[in-house]
Design a protein around this ligand. Sequence first.
Ligand code: F58
Length: 822
Amino acid sequence: MKNILFDKKEFIKCVKENVKTLYRKTMAEASEQEVFQAVSYAVKDVIIDNWLATQQTFDKEDPKMVYYMSMEFLMGRALGNNLINLTAYQEVKEALDELGFDLNTIEDQEPDPALGNGGLGRLAACFMESLATLGYPAYGCGIRYRYGMFKQKIKDGYQVEVPDNWLKNGYPFELRRPEHSFEVKFGGYVQAEPAENGRTKFIQKNYQSVLAVPYDMPIVGYNNNMVNTLMIWDAEPMECFELDSFDKGDYRKAVEQENLARNLVEVLYPNDNHIQGKELRLKQQYFFVSASVQRAVARYKKYHPDIHKLYEKVTIQMNDTHPTVAVAELMRILLDDEGLTWDEAWAITTKTCAYTNHTIMAEALEKWPIEIFSRLLPRIYQIVEEINRRFLLEVEEEYPGNQYKKDKMAIIHDGQVKMAHLAIVAGYSVNGVARLHTEILKNQELKDFYELYPEKFNNKTNGITQRRFLYHGNPLLAEWVTNKIGNDWITNLSHMEKLAVYVDDPKAQQEFMQIKYQNKLRLAKYIQEHNGIEVDPRSIFDVQVKRLHEYKRQLMNILHVMYLYNKIKEHPEMEFYPRTFIFGAKAAAGYKNAKLTIKLINSVADVINNDASIDNKLKVVFIEDYKVSNAEWIFAAADVSEQISTASKEASGTGNMKFMLNGAATIGTMDGANVEMAEEVGKENMFIFGMSSDEVIAHEQNRDYNPMDIFNQDQEIRQVLMQLINGFYSGNDTELFRDLYNSLLNTQCTQYADTYFCLKDFRSYAEAQERVEKAYRDEKGWAKLVMLNVAHVGKFSSDRTIQEYVDDIWHLDKVKVTVTEQ
Ligand code: F58
């Protein structure tokens, strides 16, 4: 088999050729961006052979497929990871060296495809990579947003959002597939007509429609020739509108259709754990779901005459409720296009669709006003109404006369369509994303549904791909691990266990900490270049990077920094190990307290970083534009990982796992997957603090928490809080941070003061931080602790998660792809 990537000469020739044909330039004239494009096209060439071979294997073997439907795929850069998974990274690095280019610099030219917000979108990306690596047939289905997650600039300490025009230079890895386009219809009304078979036909009339055109992105498996597909849909105006006769020549409608297509995929909604209920968002949902379901059915029908067995070859995983219209869309296709009866269609749908829940936060649960839903999707709404009607009969049968139950469980109630209820009723599986989260779903949030359908509920603890977050992100540590235990960890992370024999070995400890130091130098350089702040790589790098949300408690973290600063000022003689507190976080554009917290962090940084009297004991850094590409460097350099959400609020967290994999120690609450991390590595090898989820839930139910009590009793906490409103960090502006102060103390301003128990957990947090410092001073003890964390990270590979989805939910068979020259 000829594979140019393994032939340096051929590869160099191909890159030169690409620079010439793409830009009419020689290598010497080409910019770094142009070289990136040329290299990417050369890599794509190789991928295409494997991609073709994978598709041919699918055609031949006819395996069952999972369609992973998600509004978000936070892919991050592709070039480096494609090279790693093609096992060609080293060769290409050398080839580029010969051409006088540095591969890292060329990788830096790639925009981060950021078609997602945070954890949920990144999880989808890790899952796609694991599916390909494990050899399971899968399609990712999503939206090709013109603008992804905004870029964050920090101006005068405030977040400023800048549009992310990621397609500006063209994206070399995508492939437009117009031959697989589908029409998607919106609005109008439904007309019932008698059909030949004596039944009724439902026809949507006077609608507007757009053409959904898929772009395929290759998902390269690790060292196995497998290339799955992420299909993301673009919207284009229909070329010839199929206007009803009385609409002929309706120019206004033609223009409206053009606008609909243009607006539909314009931008990703930048909210994390908060749903706004905007009409355009529902349009986006139906748009990509309808196109994807149509594609799945069309693909199935190409090979199979009997639509009744669809579920034997197709399974649809709904990544949260955002794609839940898939249920009704599949029903519509089976009823209206395939002519099945309701019972036939329902039997198929309820064996095809499965649902993952990612949050219990009330504001993130999707509910659509009937008015919007029925106006936009009239036929889909009819179907949902019928699903609801039949479901309520079922509830009546189970709980005769219990109207309260019916009101609570209905899919349509109180003027709203509840998407989670629809997903549970129509889905054959409902899963949470960490054990604690699933238990809370079963025992609290979704209790009624669990009682009715216990067999549907299951847990799938999240995971992350070690190919990106260790192999690519931390090459020094990856190489060290491979030297110690061989390279099986790349495809089987449980092999990390073998590192346990080294945790007491002084030489191994020293090597491990030396690598951490090198990674801290790399990050320090990045911070110097991007923030102009000098940080000491020998200080403890204490990192909290994730979306900014009150429940994640970045505010508690920075309040603790303020508290430490006061202590150091008051007791300059006190022993204190130098620390660099590093933050990175985007706030949703309309989320006031989140944005104000960013300003506070930057204001505290200004004061502390410029106070020479504290002898560099404390530094605070806010890294601008936290994203997948700089995240890889940040995890590699962290000593301490902040996972400090209010217990019960973080469904799982996945950043926690990325830090653990890179040898950072976790300071955290017993929340989300932290609980299972503690189980794997032992509580004594983490720094656990704060209330348990049961305690939090009890306080919420009893409403017996009053932060004022803490304010009154604890002088040091009071001092910190007063500094929010006495101008200490705001150039004497006493109003700047008042909203944050009020959110913590003032019941008149928020429904509950200190909703997320920052003050309640503060002392316990500060005490855990003291334990961190003490542990860090013991060099050997610390090396052992973080090495133990790496040795026990095995469970948190997304390979393990995907295998569980396959075994318990999807029931797929592995496919083996062999490539012969085409
Ligand atoms: C996150 N959810 C959870 N939602 O918060 C996190 O605990 C979990 O680890 C992760 O999912 C993966 O399971 C999350 O990221 C969103 O960003 C939604 C985007 C669309 C609007 C509603 C929130």
